[in-house]
Design a protein around this ligand. Structure first.
Ligand code: ZN
Length: 315
């Protein structure tokens, strides 16, 4: 371990309190991790950043590359991002080609000595969806099924522990706690969805981000743009969608915070159906913005906002 890692005491320790503790460290009675500087981590989407912060606690500092409202399918790394990635000791990204324009960069970073992980690597392949529109690729939007996102905790625990083995126990303990909270969130989401009769559980949105959500919470999901946002919706899709909405007597359709709302607004007018609200698909909300007691800039807030918005509008 480099000298600088234990030359700085934690801010709340006064020099007087610090000296005896240092003795205990040398005696092997207190782990080095207590004195280590936080592990420098870089993460791509807001969901991945949130996951790493939850598991890492105050033993990590996370630099997120993408903010609220940012579309990861189209996101190109800036010069600042490259710097952040170079400075980081560990890098976490979603994977499954979500960050389509950053693949080469991650491959390059992985060739250096850095720890680079796609959080989705701990999801068993048989639980992934391969929609026909996304030929040959898996659907990357796994975080919208809370049980799948909980599996990604394992990669984060592994990645942080490999970079900082002396803190592995703390990462494992916090990882288990995060999974427990996610289990409760999933049960809440299932109960919320069940407030709607099955015939009303049809979700129309901008792009196909909700396949896993639909499978987990019992919705038929219809996205206008396909799995990625790279191709914009054509007129034929819009006409088909208007017909579908009328035929199924759907009460509301939804825009997404990270995708242009234009096409959905046009369909709303053409089909005479209301826009039921804005959902979070590929990015969480603004940190600190509260709704019903939940911070929309957290994963928990994101999932609760989506369920409440969808269920209230389709009731
Ligand atoms: Zn997406």
């Amino acid at each position: 371990m480099p000298m600088s890692s234990y030359s700085l005491p934690k801010p709340h320790l006064t020099p007087v309190a610090f000296a005896p503790l240092l003795v205990l460290v040398f005696l092997g009675l207190v782990p080095w991790a207590l004195f280590a500087q936080p592990l420098k981590v870089a993460a791509t989407t807001t969901m991945v950043s949130d996951l790493v912060r939850q598991v890492g606690g105050d033993q990590v500092t996370v630099e997120g590359l993408m903010g609220p409202g940012v579309d990861p399918h189209l996101y190109k790394p800036t010069a600042t991002d490259v710097l952040k990635l170079q400075r980081a000791e560990v890098i976490f990204y979603n994977g499954l080609v979500l960050e389509g324009k950053m693949t080469d960069l991650f491959a390059r970073m992985a060739r250096t000595k850095k720890h680079v992980y796609a959080v989705t690597e701990s999801i068993p392949l048989e639980q992934l969806l391969e929609p026909p529109e996304f030929q040959g690729h898996y659907d990357p939007h796994v975080w919208l099924d809370v049980t799948l996102w909980a599996k990604c905790v394992d990669t984060v625990v592994k990645g942080l522990s490999e970079a900082r083995p002396d803190a592995a126990e703390a990462f494992t303990r916090r990882g288990a706690e995060v999974k427990k909270q996610m289990h409760h969130l999933h049960e809440w989401a299932r109960a919320k969805a069940a407030e709607l009769p099955e015939s009303r559980r049809i979700l129309v949105t901008s792009h196909d981000a909700y396949n896993y959500f639909g499978r987990a919470y019992g919705f038929q999901v219809v996205g206008l743009q396909g799995v990625s946002t790279v191709t914009e919706a054509g007129l034929a899709d819009i006409t088909k969608m208007v017909d579908f909405i009328r035929a199924k007597d759907i009460r509301a359709i939804f825009v997404e915070s990270s995708v242009s709302p234009a096409a959905i607004q046009r369909i709303s007018q053409d089909a005479g159906v209301k826009v039921g609200g804005e959902l979070f698909s590929d990015a969480m909300g603004t940190p600190g913005k509260m709704e019903n007691g939940y911070d929309l800039g957290t994963y928990n807030g994101m999932i609760r906002h989506n369920l409440e918005t969808i269920v209230n509008a389709l009731k």
